[in-house]
Ligand binder design. Structure first.
Ligand SMILES: Cc1cc2nc3c(=O)[nH]c(=O)nc-3n(C[C@H](O)[C@H](O)[C@H](O)COP(=O)(O)O)c2cc1C
Length: 407
């Protein structure tokens, strides 16, 4: 049985830690809870003690232990596999970012030699506050893993990013990252995803882009990771956050994205490629060195050239390098009136699977509607959150790979 320390801080989502404990116990973890004083206003130590079947620690001056075993905050994490703090309050993250150790949980985190994972949970304005952003960047730099937060309705009535990720996602993350099961469907496979928009500069300050948020690509990345994969995501400008278990490579233009994707395919042996990014088809042949002036310049003189087709280039790689390839089609046409063209597109691009969605309404939305084509005339429609749709896309990919005895 692996020991895990669960830190609970003072946030509304503290009640969800009961479910986190239940799921971790179900997966055979020995859960030891440390609560901050403030978290006791939200949930009682008694409940957590009963659920975890271990003494709950709340006070560094009064550590519950039958046998004296040294200084609590130093020794407590010594034989544990990791520390998970869920929920992690804005205040607690700020303390970690600054190395403050003024209670048992923060001292234990500072004295640890094991991985630390935080599941932040807070009001969306607290999350968006520049101070919190700074603190999050700092703790990431310090090697602390951040999972979530999710977007959605919040207890305070606001809506936006800041909700703690669900207990099931937290326990899946712990299982996958530290105690990787060999029987996960994508175990050890290398997955490459492109996401977000590209930006094609016209002059030093202007360019053409689109409203893709990157949400779908990041949902697929997290789902692939939960299924055991090593995940790289190459994304254009996107405000989307991702957990630090995902290797994120930021790019700007389609050409840059193309070069990074091909280098990855040639050097890393990619097993599945999800081409989710909304890539500009054209770019100016030459980027003006100085800002165009409306008094004397005109856009009519810009010569446009086609960008490389990333999807086709990957799908046409030699057999030994070619990954299982999932194409995305963003269409403004009503999808059901456009079925023959979508089927044709799948064939033309040599994709193994094609996911179609309707834009612009899908850009930036949390929920959307997709069609998954596995053959020219064989498709299914799915509605739901992008996280849920990512599960459908991954499970369909796994099913087809198995059926086709892919590699
Ligand atoms: C009703 C209520 C709900 C709160 N919910 C949150 C929350 O979800 N996230 C958060 O970061 N802070 C929340 N706070 C503020 C924290 O409780 C406060 O910053 C506290 O100092 C955190 O202490 P700790 O980090 O030591 O546990 C809430 C406060 C109250 C009164």
């Amino acid at each position: 049985m692996k020991k895990i320390i669960l830190g609970i801080t003072g946030g509304i989502a503290a009640y969800k830690s009961c479910e986190v404990i239940r799921l971790l116990k179900k997966s055979n973890f020995d859960v030891h809870v440390i609560m901050t004083e403030n978290s006791k206003k939200f949930i009682t130590p008694l409940t957590l003690e009963v659920l975890s079947n271990n003494k709950v620690q709340t006070n560094q001056w009064n550590l519950h232990s039958d046998i004296y075993d040294g200084i609590s905050h130093i020794n407590y994490s010594k034989n544990a596999s990791c520390i998970l703090v869920a929920p992690a309050s804005a205040n607690f993250i700020a303390k970690l970012a600054n190395g403050i150790a003024d209670d048992l949980l923060s001292s234990t985190c500072l004295a640890r030699k094991i991985p630390l994972i935080l599941a932040p949970s807070m009001n969306t304005h607290m999350w968006e506050n520049p101070a919190t952003k700074r603190n999050i960047n700092q703790v990431k730099d310090d090697g602390i893993n951040i999972i979530g937060p999710n977007t959605g309705f919040q207890a305070c009535g606001d809506s936006g990013i800041g909700r703690m990720i669900e207990p099931a996602e937290i326990s899946d993350y712990i299982k996958n990252s530290f105690f990787k099961k060999n029987n996960l469907p994508l175990n050890k496979l290398n997955i490459l995803i492109t996401a977000g928009p590209t930006y094609e500069a016209i002059d030093p300050v202007r360019g053409i882009t689109n409203l893709s948020s990157g949400k779908m690509g990041f949902s697929i990345a997290e789902e692939a990771f939960r299924n055991g994969a090593n995940v790289d995501i190459i994304c254009g400008h996107s405000l989307q956050d991702c957990s630090s278990t995902i290797n994120r490579i930021n790019v700007t233009s389609a050409k840059e994205m193309f070069e990074r994707v091909l280098t990855h395919c040639k050097t890393k042996k990619i097993d599945i490629f999800f081409s989710v990014a909304a890539i500009a088809d054209w770019r100016p042949k030459q980027i003006k060195k100085i800002k165009l002036k409306k008094e004397k310049d005109t856009l009519d003189n810009i010569k446009w050239i086609e960008n490389p087709d990333i999807l086709s280039s990957v799908a046409n790689l030699p057999k030994s390098l070619r990954p299982f390839t999932v194409a995305f089609a963003a269409e403004t046409n009503n999808l059901t009136n456009f079925l023959p063209q979508l089927g044709e597109k799948m064939l033309k691009k040599k994709a193994n699977l094609l996911v179609a969605n309707k834009v612009p309404e899908s850009f930036g939305a949390c929920d959307t509607r997709i069609m998954i084509f596995e053959k020219k005339n064989k498709f299914k429609i799915f509605n739901g959150s992008k996280n849920l749709l990512a599960k459908e896309i991954i499970s369909k990919s796994i099913e087809i790979m198995k059926n086709e005895k892919w590699k």
